[in-house]
Design a protein around this ligand. Structure first.
Ligand code: IPE
Ligand code: IPE
Ligand code: MG
Length: 243
C-alpha cells in the first residue's frame, strides 16, 4: 500500500515473508545428510507460525521450493516434495487450533499429483480460519508468476474482453497467484545471502529487507525479534519526504 509512511512506523509487519535458507549448511555442519536439514527446517516452520500468531502478524509467506530448485539431485527434490504432506498431516490439528489458514503460491502443474491433492485439501479445510494466513511458496518463481500474469492479460486483450489501456498496475496484480494478499512489509532471509532468488519480485517493491547469518533451522524467537526490532526502526517513505 502506498502512502503509509507515517502510519507504519513502530508497528509489527502485517505481512512477513521469509526465505528459509540454510538447511543444507545446517546439516553439513553436523555431518548429516541435507535431507535432515530440510526436515528440521520444516519443524521450524511450525515454531515460526506460533511466534507470528503471538506477535499479531496476519500474513506469513515462506519460500519452501523455488522453480530453480528442480536443478538439485532427484533424491533431494523427492525429499522436499514429501515434506509438505508430512508437515500437514502431523500438524493438521494444531493448525486448526491456532486458526491458521493454509494457502499456496506457485506453479502446481509440475508437482506430483498426491502433493497437489494434499495442498487442495489443506486449502479447502482451512479457508474459514482468520488468525494467520500461512502462504507456502512452493514451486514458486516470480518470473514465472509475472509471465503467467502477462499471458492472461494478453489473452483477455486478444479475446476482446480487455482494452490495452485497462492494463494497469492493479489489473496486473489481480492476475498474480494470490491477488488478495497485501504486499509483504518485511522480507527476512536466513543463511546470510543478500539476494531475493526470484521471490516476490513484484510484491517486494517497497518491502524492507533483512538478512541474517542464522541458518533456517536455528531461527527462533530471539532472531525473529531482532528482525522485528530492526524493522520497527526503519522509516518507510514510499517515495515521500518524512520529517
Ligand atoms: C533452503 O535451504 C531450502 C530450499 C532451498 C529448499 P538450502 O537447501 O538451500 O540450504 P543451503 O543454502 O544449501 O545451506
Ligand atoms: C532460495 O534458496 C529458495 C528457497 C529458500 C526455497 P536457494 O538456496 O535455492 O537460493 P540460491 O540458489 O542460493 O540463490
Ligand atoms: Mg540455499
Amino acid at each position: 500500500m502506498l502512502g503509509g509512511a507515517e502510519t507504519d512506523s513502530g508497528r509489527p509487519p502485517r505481512h512477513l515473508a521469509v526465505i528459509m535458507d540454510g538447511n543444507g549448511r545446517w546439516a553439513k555442519n553436523r555431518l548429516m545428510p541435507r535431507e535432515i536439514g530440510h526436515r528440521r527446517g520444516a519443524e521450524n516452520l511450525r515454531t515460526l507460525c506460533v511466534l507470528c500468531r503471538e506477535r499479531n502478524i496476519r500474513y506469513l509467506t515462506v519460500y519452501a521450493f523455488s522453480t530453480e530448485n528442480w536443478k538439485r539431485p532427484a533424491t533431494e527434490v523427492g525429499a522436499l516434495m514429501a515434506l509438505f504432506p508430512r508437515f500437514f498431516k502431523k500438524y493438521m490439528d494444531e493448525l486448526e487450533e491456532e486458526g491458521i489458514r493454509l494457502r499456496f503460491a506457485g506453479d502446481r502443474s509440475e508437482l506430483p499429483k498426491d502433493v497437489v491433492k494434499t495442498m487442495e485439501e489443506a486449502e479447502e479445510s482451512s479457508k474459514s480460519r482468520q488468525m494467520l494466513d500461512l502462504i507456502i511458496a512452493f514451486n514458486y518463481g516470480s518470473r514465472r508468476e509475472i509471465t503467467a500474469a502477462a499471458r492472461s492479460l494478453a489473452k483477455k486483450v486478444s479475446d476482446g474482453i480487455l482494452h490495452i489501456e485497462d492494463i494497469t498496475e492493479d489489473a496486473f496484480t489481480g492476475c498474480l497467484y494470490l491477488p488478495d494478499i497485501p504486499d509483504p512489509d518485511l522480507i527476512i532471509r536466513t543463511g546470510g545471502e543478500m539476494r531475493l532468488s526470484n521471490f516476490l519480485l513484484w510484491q517486494a517493491a517497497y518491502a524492507e529487507f533483512y538478512s541474517t547469518d542464522c541458518l533456517w533451522p536455528d531461527f527462533g524467537a530471539a532472531e525473529l525479534d531482532a528482525a522485528l526490532d530492526d524493522f520497527r526502526k526503519r522509516q518507510r517513505r514510499f517515495g515521500e519526504i518524512c520529517q
